[in-house]
Write a protein that binds this ligand. Structure first.
Ligand SMILES: [Zn+2]
Ligand SMILES: [Zn+2]
Length: 315
C-alpha cells in the first residue's frame, strides 16, 4: 500500500521485491501495526516523508531462514554523532525512520538493517506482537520519562495508552484515564484496563497527578494536564505531532512542574520493553484489517473508532 501525496488514499500496487543491501535482511511481513504517526504522514502533518513511500513501522515478519523479527520506527543511525555516542541514538542527527525515510511494513516484504530489528517475545502471535513495536515501545519510553509517579494520568486512550496503563498498573502506580469529553466508550475501556478513575480531559481529575502522558495530538491538553499536576510533576508529550499549544499562565508551570516530549526510541528501549511485556503480561487489544484495507484502518483511527490498536494482516 503506497503513499504518493498528502490527503490521497494509499494505493495498492505491485512493486519490485526489495533487495537487501549489506547488513540488511529481507522479511516476509505477516503483521503491521497502524500508528497515529502513519496518519500524520498520510495527512501531510509531517514534513518530509520519502516519496513514494510504503508506510508502517510496527512490522513483524520472518527472515528467509525462518527467524521472527520486529522492525520498529528507528531504522538506522550513524553511530557516530554526539547523540549516538552518549546513549541517545533516538536523537541521532542522521537517523532514518521506518515507514517515513525507509519503506515500511504495509507490504508483503520489507528490508531492514538487522542491527535495528528486535527479537519478538514468543508469548505473542504476530498480530498481537505488532502493536508492541511502537504503541508499546514509545509508551514505555514515555513512562520512563515520567519518572517514578505514584499517580499518573494518561490523556487519550488509544493504542499506546492502553498498553501503558497495563505496565503502570504492573509497576504499582495509580492510573487515571483522561478521555475526550463525552467519549463514554473510551472511559469504559480505561476502567477495564485498570484505571481507578476515568473522566473528561478538559478538567483535572479527582486527585492531583504526579505525572501525565499526553498521547492525543491536541496542544490544548498541555495546559489542561499542567492544571491537573501536583508540584514537581511532569507532563510528557508522547506524539510526534501536536496542534499548537495555547499560551497559559506561568503559574501552571511554577513549583517545578515540567513539560517535555518523547522522540523516537533507542534499541535499548526495545530490548527492555519486549522483555518486560510478557511479565506484565501486556495484552494488546487489536482490531485487524487485511493489508489492502489500510485506508479503512487509517480512516477508523482518524475518527477515533479503534478500540486498542489497529493491525494489518498480511497473507
Ligand atoms: Zn547518530
Ligand atoms: Zn508509531
Amino acid at each position: 500500500m503506497v503513499f504518493h501525496a498528502a490527503g490521497r488514499p494509499l494505493r495498492l500496487e505491485d512493486v519490485p521485491l526489495p533487495e537487501p543491501g549489506p547488513g540488511q535482511v529481507r522479511l516476509r511481513v505477516s503483521a503491521c501495526g497502524v500508528c497515529r504517526t502513519d496518519l500524520h504522514i498520510v495527512d501531510g502533518e509531517l514534513p518530509k516523508p520519502k516519496l513514494p513511500l510504503i508506510p508502517g513501522h510496527q512490522v513483524v515478519g520472518r527472515t528467509e531462514d525462518g527467524r521472527r523479527l520486529g522492525v520498529p520506527w528507528l531504522g538506522r543511525t550513524d553511530g557516530a554523532c554526539r547523540y549516538c555516542l552518549s546513549g541517545r541514538e533516538n536523537l541521532c542527527e542522521s537517523a532514518r525512520f521506518t515507514g517515513y525515510d525507509l519503506d515500511g511494513g504495509y507490504a508483503e516484504y520489507v528490508v531492514a538493517d538487522e542491527r535495528y530489528c528486535l527479537e519478538m517475545p514468543e508469548d505473542y502471535d504476530d498480530l498481537q506482537a505488532a502493536p508492541l513495536l511502537c504503541a508499546g515501545l514509545i509508551g514505555y519510553r514515555s513512562l520512563w520519562l515520567a519518572g517514578d509517579p505514584e499517580r499518573i494520568g494518561l490523556y487519550g486512550f488509544g493504542s499506546s495508552a492502553h498498553i501503558v496503563a497495563q505496565v503502570a498498573r504492573h509497576e504499582g502506580r495509580r492510573v487515571f484515564g483522561f478521555v475526550r469529553p463525552g467519549d463514554d466508550a473510551a472511559a469504559t475501556f480505561a476502567l477495564e484496563l485498570g484505571c481507578e478513575w476515568a473522566g473528561p480531559s478538559d478538567e483535572p481529575g479527582p486527585e492531583e497527578l504526579d505525572a501525565a502522558i499526553i498521547f492525543a495530538p491536541v496542544g490544548a491538553l498541555v495546559p489542561a494536564a499542567l492544571r491537573a499536576l501536583a508540584p514537581g510533576g511532569v507532563v510528557v508529550c508522547a506524539g510526534i505531532h501536536m496542534s499548537d499549544v495555547p499560551s497559559f499562565p506561568y503559574e501552571l508551570l511554577w513549583e517545578e512542574r515540567a513539560v517535555r516530549s518523547v522522540a523516537n526510541l533507542t534499541r535499548r528501549d526495545g530490548e527492555e520493553f519486549l522483555a518486560l511485556a510478557p511479565r506484565v503480561p501486556v495484552r494488546a487489544e487489536i482490531e485487524t484489517f487485511p493489508l489492502e484495507q489500510a485506508n479503512e484502518a487509517l480512516d477508523r483511527l482518524r475518527r477515533g473508532e479503534i478500540r486498542g490498536a489497529a493491525v494489518l494482516r498480511v497473507e
